[in-house]
Design a protein around this ligand. Structure first.
Ligand SMILES: NC(=O)c1ccc[n+]([C@@H]2O[C@H](COP(=O)([O-])OP(=O)(O)OC[C@H]3O[C@@H](n4cnc5c(N)ncnc54)[C@H](OP(=O)(O)O)[C@@H]3O)[C@@H](O)[C@H]2O)c1
Length: 269
């Protein structure tokens, strides 16, 4: 059974919609949090709003300078028993019209930063009697979706990284898990993306649904958790019979392109 009050959790993307919901659920259970994000003011506001004593860790995980700031601060924050790689960004639009630096921004934040942070913390995590890593992926880490090529690539990569690491650490005390939300109501979803989800009939969960799923996953130590039906079914069908999903999504392509436009609009899916 999870000993919540003995956990010290480094949570990236803590100030975001899903991050704040996770932070609240964990703080309510007595977990000590290390709240990570880029904006010191928002991090401090969250730190003081939560029950308990928590820490903040400022740094842009997509830049070498930001990662150096985080690396320098980590030793004073140890031990860590739990790492939740939740920070993420997206770029929505057809590939030829996305900005060239979107490629690096999305891959650095969603894929390379979780790999790097995990590597930084692993020696300490392995020292703990039980330790936990949760990587927040997406339904789009299992289903390639038009006008989301960069985001899908990053989350497919994160899913592969998580699965390999889970298997690598099965002989250790470190539990590695992958949590895949479907579309969720957070501020980063642009009006276009909200409109696209409505037109496609895609449900958007409140962030609390993701936070509750995470609590359940940590309690049960399930290696993979996909949120929402029919999304979890489509993810399985896509794995086994991708041509069926090719055909289903071809019918939706005009709608997707109508909302995604030819410009990059920031969103998380
Ligand atoms: N919302 C959805 O529809 C949805 C669906 C499936 C999966 N997800 C995944 O859920 C996770 C959380 O997303 P969200 O919906 O809560 O989005 P959000 O509200 O925009 O929050 C994103 C968080 O990531 C942080 N972040 C972004 N770039 C960063 C960087 N370079 N360095 C450090 N922190 C950075 C932001 O911190 P700052 O305060 O510094 O900006 C913010 O706290 C993401 O991994 C996302 O891909 C979201």
């Amino acid at each position: 059974m999870m000993q919540w009050q003995q956990q010290r959790c480094l949570l990236t993307g803590a100030t975001g919609g899903i991050g704040q919901a996770i932070a609240r659920r964990l703080a309510d259970r007595g977990v000590t949090l290390i709240l990570q994000g880029r904006d010191e003011v928002s991090l401090k506001r969250l730190q003081h709003a939560l029950p308990g004593d928590h820490h903040i860790l400022v740094g842009d995980l997509s830049t070498a300078q930001g990662r150096q700031m985080v690396e320098d601060a980590i030793p004073a924050l140890l031990p860590v028993t739990m790492l939740i790689n939740n920070a993420g960004v997206s770029a929505v639009g057809d590939l030829e019209h996305l900005a060239a630096d979107d490629i690096e921004r999305v891959m650095q934040t969603n894929l390379l930063a979780p790999m790097w942070l995990t590597q930084q913390l692993l020696p300490d995590l392995k020292q703990q009697s039980q330790a936990y890593i949760v990587n927040v992926g997406s339904t789009f880490g299992s289903i390639g979706f038009a006008c989301h090529s960069l985001y899908c690539a990053s989350k497919f990569g994160l899913r592969g990284f998580t699965e390999a690491l889970h298997r690598e650490l099965q002989d250790s005390s470190v539990h590695v898990m992958y949590l895949a939300p479907r579309a969720t109501q957070t501020a980063i979803n642009s009006e276009q993306v909200i409109g696209m989800n409505a037109a496609l009939g895609n449900t958007m969960d409140p962030p609390a649904v993701v936070a509750e799923a995470l609590i359940e996953q940590l309690s049960s130590l399930r290696a993979r958790k996909f949120i929402g039906f029919p999304e979890k079914l489509f993810a399985r069908i896509n794995g086994a019979f991708p041509y069926l999903v090719d055909n289903a999504l071809a019918k939706k392509l005009a709608t997707i392109k109508r909302f995604a436009g030819q410009h990059s609009v920031e969103s998380n899916l």
